[in-house]
Design a protein around this ligand. Structure first.
Ligand SMILES: NC(=O)c1ccc[n+]([C@@H]2O[C@H](COP(=O)([O-])OP(=O)(O)OC[C@H]3O[C@@H](n4cnc5c(N)ncnc54)[C@H](O)[C@@H]3O)[C@@H](O)[C@H]2O)c1
Ligand SMILES: O=c1ccn([C@@H]2O[C@H](COP(=O)(O)OP(=O)(O)O[C@H]3O[C@H](CO)[C@@H](O)[C@H](O)[C@H]3O)[C@@H](O)[C@H]2O)c(=O)[nH]1
Length: 450
């Protein structure tokens, strides 16, 4: 099928590449000329495992094209995806300016009947706005062309985006037109072979499903972080509690890892936007507000452990902290809303210097922070330890999981590790003579018990 995708970010580029991979003819459209020029030369703007070779192979095969020519892309497509950003507005609601700009562009260039598919995360009612915007453009052109707007929210995770796209656990389609659902069923057939993953519903329910999924996952994380903080106070180990509850299939093992808070481009903004939707309908979003407040506090928790270890924030003045991890999660270079950013700011405010290492996010960190005296971006995890007093771990990259504790002890002047992702066994790391502070375990629980 002939497909156009507006927005060549995490969602648009990955979805477009996966659709081309299974044989569709895909044109990716973006307004960012530099990004499109780069893609045409084989420069992939984001890090996603498995993406680069797939983009190059499909581009070379002629199934995947990149353009800024929106008109030509719309004119030749039977299915047009909207996959542009929906960042938070000042009041937390989703900013729809990019989505509606694409809708206007589609209305201006549509030549033949098509299905417009919204993949961006958008508040309930957006499909109606997109439909009205396209209809107004068609009317002003004096033409009558049949089109439908379908909601098809995306559930891929960064760091596993290609895998999630190729093997989705569900494909949600919201439309009132059975013919549109049927056409998209055929588009997605290669991803839907072994059992039916299509969940068809009305448009508004599909739009809300996306927010419900993210808000549920964020709630699980904030819940566990609250339990971790209680564990600290009562002298329990949250990791043992996690194993104790995850074995109940009604609770499950996923998304119950306590840590330094959730980040990324989705959970923070989507929880806020859903709360905003509730408020706009005179509902008090009590739970959603609490999820956000717990997360905000949790992002500052690792620094609280620094203060407890050193006795006062002022003691950090002149100290050098090695930081392992900058990205908001492993296997990505994305630092949007990353917990590392809060910790960095707190350490800098306290007068500490940071030597940071992240396997993929170094360039992104340089773009965000520029050159500064109190930040050294290192090439390896060992290099970050050179001359450091303490180590903080904030992203659970696999390579941080089994360090040589004897080497850590020799490298760190104050022999102390602050672990924002609970990667180590307290007994094992402490046996090497290292003071170990983690979330809801390690020194933090024993100190509170004492
Ligand atoms: N990142 C994720 O993991 C993820 C997962 C599921 C859903 N989503 C949702 O998908 C949407 C896109 O997210 P993303 O992370 O891919 O965004 P992104 O910021 O990585 O990319 C958006 C792209 O859209 C382009 N763009 C803006 N206006 C345009 C226009 N008028 N025409 C063509 N291109 C235009 C931008 O230049 C940019 O390249 C958001 O609503 C997000 O909430 C994101
Ligand atoms: O048990 C857990 C699981 C995750 N996290 C944190 O939660 C954040 C988000 O992680 P994850 O959900 O894996 O990454 P995203 O790429 O943001 O993906 C989420 O947001 C996307 C955008 O909407 C959705 O498509 C995905 O389904 C949804 O998982 C990260 O900071 C993680 O460190 C925890 O703290 N504890």
């Amino acid at each position: 099928m002939h497909v156009a995708i507006f927005g060549t970010g995490y969602v648009g580029l990955v979805s477009g590449t996966c659709l081309a991979e299974v044989g569709h003819d895909v044109v990716c459209v973006d307004i960012d000329q530099a990004k499109i020029d780069g893609l045409q030369r084989g420069v992939i703007p984001i890090y996603e495992p498995g993406l680069e070779p797939m983009v190059k192979a499909n581009h070379a095969a002629g199934r995947l094209k990149f353009t800024t020519d929106a008109g030509a892309a719309v004119a030749s497509a039977e299915i047009v995806f909207i996959a542009v950003g929906t960042p938070p507005d000042e009041d937390g609601s989703a900013d729809l300016q990019y989505v509606l700009a694409v809708a206007r562009t589609i209305g201006r260039h549509l030549r033949a009947p098509a299905i417009v598919v919204d993949k961006s995360t958008v508040p309930v009612g957006t499909a109606d706005q997109v439909r009205a915007t396209i209809a107004a453009e068609l009317e002003s052109r004096g033409v009558d062309i049949d089109f439908d707007v379908v909601s098809n929210p995306e559930f891929l995770k960064e760091g596993a985006a290609v895998e999630d796209c190729m093997r989705p656990d569900r494909i949600v389609l919201g439309s009132r037109e059975p013919a549109s659902i049927e056409k998209l069923r055929r588009l997605y057939a290669p991803f839907n072979r072994n059992h039916d993953r299509i969940v068809a519903m009305d448009v508004r329910s599909a739009e809300l499903t996306k927010y419900a999924a993210n808000a549920m996952l964020a709630t699980k994380i904030s819940f566990m972080n609250e339990i971790a903080n209680i564990a600290e106070k009562v002298g329990a180990d949250v990791e043992q509690v996690r194993r104790g509850i995850g074995s109940d299939p009604r609770i499950g093992w996923h998304f119950i890892y306590p840590g330094a808070g959730y980040g990324g481009s989705c959970f923070p903004k989507d929880v806020q936007a859903l709360a905003r939707t509730a408020a706009q309908h005179s509902l008090e979003p009590t739970l959603l507000n609490a999820v956000e407040a717990v997360n905000d506090r949790q992002k500052a928790h690792l620094f609280d452990l620094f203060v407890r270890h050193y006795g006062a924030a002022g003691v950090l003045r002149g100290k050098t902290v090695a930081l392992w991890g900058l990205a908001f999660k492993p296997n990505t270079d994305d630092m949007r809303e990353a917990s590392s950013r809060r910790l960095l700011q707190q350490l800098w405010d306290a007068g500490a210097r940071v030597r940071a290492f992240d396997p993929e996010a170094r360039d992104e960190a340089r773009r965000i922070f520029g050159e500064r005296e109190d930040l050294v971006l290192c090439d390896t995890d060992d290099e970050a330890l050179q001359g450091a007093d303490a180590l903080a771990v904030i992203t659970e990259w696999k390579q941080f999981r089994s360090p040589d504790f004897e080497f850590l002890k020799r490298s760190l002047r104050d022999a102390v590790v602050f672990d924002g992702r609970n990667l180590y066994e307290p007994a094992e790391i402490e046996a090497a003579g290292i003071a170990y502070w983690a979330i809801g375990r390690g020194r933090s629980i024993r100190q509170d018990r004492a």
